[in-house]
Design a protein around this ligand. Structure first.
Ligand SMILES: Nc1ncnc2c1ncn2[C@@H]1O[C@H](COP(=O)(O)OP(=O)(O)OP(=O)(O)O)[C@@H](O)[C@H]1O
Ligand SMILES: [Mg+2]
Length: 225
């Protein structure tokens, strides 16, 4: 079973994100992660409650509306805005009750690791990584038990002292996410590519080029002009 996202990911992933798995969309700043999170949220909120966890203050009502979101969608969205890692950790532990009570059809966490990065230091490394794994395990349990997709985003920095942090969090993400989708910016302005890095039923390396426009994320068809 799949949930459409109304983005080029639907074509890339043969119909959308899987409903019993964690899909992890990762890439650098501005590559389109939040746009994808918003598009998927709008699709789900058309019919069902959607849990939207914004850890970075990335949600923009203007952008939400540009992408087709309206007041009725908003009524179906259960917003949560943790401001610290401890808050996020406590919140994820209460998620199952929310999903059950509201019969939610999707959980979005944009981003799963922003607060983790802020919290992490040399002393608490093991504890915080254990908590990250715990959050993934809870999300994994929820999506399998309630047959709903979980969509999480990860920003990738990949330089300097962040590199080690990244490798650890990436190993945890890779273990728990049944689908990993890398987003990259291409040289051409506005152009992006989404690449399957891990999937249970789609070949690694499959990719699709897209651009972010005012109203939607659109596939760029090569060689048609
Ligand atoms: N109305 C619009 N028309 C065209 N492009 C837009 C519009 N609104 C936003 N964008 C583009 O969307 C991109 C930002 O995408 P998004 O916020 O999804 O990135 P992100 O991967 O979530 O980044 P971050 O890691 O910083 O959160 C920018 O390149 C921006 O120009
Ligand atoms: Mg974002």
């Amino acid at each position: 079973m799949r949930l459409m996202t109304n983005t080029p990911l639907d074509k890339l992933l043969s119909g959308g994100i899987e409903t019993d798995a964690i899909t992890n969309v990762y890439g650098p700043a501005g590559c389109g992660k939040t746009n994808i999170a918003l598009c998927a949220t709008i699709v789900c909120a058309e019919e069902r409650k959607t849990v939207y966890i914004d850890t970075e203050g990335s949600f923009s009502l203007d952008r939400f509306k540009q992408l087709g979101g309206n007041e009725n969608h908003l009524k179906n969205i259960i917003f949560m805005e943790p401001h610290a890692w401890k808050e996020q950790h406590a919140l994820v532990q209460k998620l199952e009750a929310v999903v059950k009570k509201e019969d939610a059809g999707l959980i979005v966490i944009d981003s799963l690791v922003a607060l983790y990065r802020l919290e992490l230091d040399n002393e608490n490394f093991q504890l915080i990584n254990k908590q990250l794994a715990t959050q993934y395990s809870i999300l994994s349990m929820i999506c399998r038990k309630y047959k709903i997709p979980v969509l999480v985003t990860n920003q990738v920095y990949g330089f300097g002292k962040d590199e080690q942090v990244e490798l650890t969090s990436r190993a945890i993400a890779k273990y728990w996410s049944k689908a990993l989708i890398e987003l990259k910016k291409l040289d051409k302005p506005g152009s992006r590519v989404a690449i399957v890095r891990k999937h249970r039923s789609i070949a690694e390396g499959k990719s699709i080029e897209f651009e972010i426009t005012e109203a939607k994320l659109k596939e760029v068809r090569l060689g048609l002009f």
